[in-house]
Unconditional design. Sequence first.
Length: 270
Amino acid sequence: MKRRGLLLILLSLALAMGAAWAARSWVQARLNASANADPAEQIVVAAMEIPFGSKVEPRHLKTITLPRSARIGNHYQKTDDVVGLIALQKIVTDEILLRERFADRSAGSTLAAIVKPDMRAVTVRVDDVVGVAGFLMPGNHVDVVAAHMENTRADTHTVLRDLNVLAVDQTASQDKDQPVVVRAVTLEVTPKQAEVLVKAREEGKIQLTLRNPLDQSHTADESELVAAAPPPSKQPTVHRAQPAKVRPADPGTGVTIIRGTNVHNSESAT
């Protein structure tokens, strides 16, 4: 009996081990099938918050594994591809890094990297009034109003509309929202708009007006640019009196005097 019981126990253990091996093989086969159908890949995400305009460092990055079906298509797969780039927007922790949110710094400074292609950065000097009491922040949009004296009266008109504020003083971060009085504001303009802005600044004074971010009317269009100064006024024409012309007459007939269009004959003395 004891021998028979031992055989039953050994047989039960063998069956249990066989069942466990079969279950493990089945699960592994399903996992391998899933992996072959939807393989995983490495994706670069932010290990910490990356401020706007900051240069990406290795400590800012980490990688995670996601199924290939969840890929976005414009992300990074290697951290080395992101290190050294400039963040064009604020990046939050664990956010998947997309290529359009970064720019190459190889061409110059941080500010140069965030300027859009075919655009220019122009800095204008401001005070607490021109700078809208310090409420101008990077990312705001403004209009430019030019003022100059015409005779004894001031002439004002809007010369540029919907310009993007790239930086205030030496700050390009969009994180701050408290008013700060600054001395200079850097605007993003086209080459043509840059000429109009400099012309308006040299010929008179300029005032920046803050736009509502939802206001899409009267956007900046080079076809709508207004000259910074009106055409020069015409000088009044001064008519000078013509000197009298004396034409000697024939002897014995007198003298003819011509004043402008008037002709007068006088008899000479006999």
